[in-house]
Ligand binder design. Structure first.
Ligand SMILES: Cc1cc2nc3c(=O)[nH]c(=O)nc-3n(C[C@H](O)[C@H](O)[C@H](O)COP(=O)(O)O)c2cc1C
Length: 214
């Protein structure tokens, strides 16, 4: 099983998003899987120009020559795809959106019905964090990923949204235990998702807790 984590933070390796996905991926460690981290901030990815060549002229192939072809290859070979993004104006980052638009090259009109018995459907995990303490800010991302995975005929097996994300990378002594407990929780979620394909009721019960409540 191949697993890929797409990091859509301009801060890449130094991002709060990465601290979250690192903890989730730690839960996959028992797997003999190949795990790849892709930091979009390190890649050259141009805007989709909407020419539809990738649908009609050269199916599956984008006319733009940049790093997308290699990333699409990795995605096609992956069973679990983790998307991580900071919350920017209540939405995914521009970095992740520019990347996502280019996934148009992965197939023809995704709205057309396809064989829904596709057992090979990839599983997505959505990860995001934000600066302010308001959980409702993630409503747009949650709706977006639910719709997008439906269009892609993929499964959405987990959503992890963290307010006060700064605590993940810049924490003081009074916050250390809560932060570490939260990361342990993410690791347990990762293990559970990897082994069962869904979260247990016990793990689900803590999904809406803030980091400092752990
Ligand atoms: C352009 C921009 C827009 C942002 N919009 C929001 C927002 O709407 N709500 C919020 O709580 N934080 C917002 N933030 C703060 C980031 O979500 C926060 O700093 C996050 O922890 C960054 O995550 P990262 O380290 O993974 O990039 C914004 C930051 C930037 C730079």
């Amino acid at each position: 099983m191949n697993i890929v984590c797409i990091n859509g933070s301009p801060k890449g390796l130094k991002s709060n998003s990465h601290v979250m996905t690192r903890a989730i991926l730690k839960g996959f460690e028992s797997a003999t899987s190949a795990i790849k981290n892709i930091f979009l901030s390190e890649k050259k990815i141009n805007y989709c120009t909407g020419c539809y060549s990738c649908w009609f002229k050269t199916p599956g192939k984008c006319v733009i020559k940049d790093d997308m072809a290699e990333i699409i290859k990795v995605i096609k070979e992956s069973t679990i795809i983790i998307l991580a993004t900071p919350l920017y104006f209540n939405n995914i980052s521009g970095t992740l959106k520019v990347f996502f638009d280019r996934l148009t090259a992965m197939g023809g009109d995704p709205h057309k019905s396809r064989d829904s018995s596709n057992k090979e459907a990839a599983s997505f995990i959505m990860v995001s964090n934000c600066g302010f303490p308001y959980r409702s800010q993630f409503d747009v991302i949650s709706l977006w990923i639910k719709n997008v995975t439906k269009i892609l005929q993929a499964k959405l097996i987990g959503e992890f949204y963290t307010t006060n994300g700064k605590v993940l990378t810049q924490f003081d002594n009074s916050q250390t235990d809560a932060r570490n407990n939260y990361l342990d929780y993410l690791t347990r979620c990762g293990t559970c998702l990897f082994e069962n394909g869904e979260l247990s009721e016990e793990l689900k019960a803590s999904l809406n807790k803030g980091i400092l409540e752990f």
